[in-house]
Design a protein around this ligand. Sequence first.
Ligand SMILES: [Zn+2]
Length: 284
Amino acid sequence: MFPNDLQTDYPEVAKFLTNAILKNRLANSYVLIGKNPNDILRISKTLAKILNCTDKGLSVHTLSKPCEECLNCKWIERDEHPQAFINVKADPESKKEQIKIDNIRELLNTLNITSDYFRIVFFQASSLQFLPSDSCNLLLKTVEETPERTIFIFGNQSRNDILGTILSRSQTIYINKKSESIFDALNVNASELTSYNFTEYFPKNVTESLEKSRNAYECIQKDEVDLNDFLINLAVKNYDRLKYEDQKQFCHLHYGITNAYAKLKSFMQPKIVVEDLFLNFLKK
Ligand SMILES: [Zn+2]
């Protein structure tokens, strides 16, 4: 149901939301955490389009993408749909660029009127700075008992500065290109990964090895990347080429990854697993 590029970049998110739509199990409220606000916006708009597209072929029981041609799709895309996609922005009068309590009152009044549309109420940023606690608190009851066919989406870069009461009432989805964020930390440009010579990326000494493992671990924690996913990714991105180009390094990498995987399975602390992994990568 999602455009191809979103499916490629965020396969799990697309699959997760598609399943929820098909099974009629969309949550009342989602918190979308990710580094790229534009992608969060696109995913939210796509959801609004899927739920409101009037193209005959599209019903929520088929797996087609929104048509992008009907009025609803077009208006949502242009951010001009008054009901299907309510993009809650900061009061232009507010110097701090905050969503003030009056904006929320206005919003709640709008939501009280029943609508023919499936409404997505979208907050591009949801940090306390942007959505202060008095505004949040006024929202809470409505987030908890959303009007029919209404979904709240709170976007933000990190989970840490969103009010706990919002988090506890929402389902959190991470919108991070997983492989990208972790490889960034290792000083590898994700787009160059396919041509990247992995052998150069092995640490040269213990200090470098520990430094790389520290970077990787910090990144894994910060982006809440699953260590299992990280290991799979490492294998997928490098196995094929190394197998033909450099058998020795291939064995080296394979040994490191399988070893780390076994440790992970036996519940060893992730931090130690990562440290051992990079020590294993040391050139012999
Ligand atoms: Zn449409």
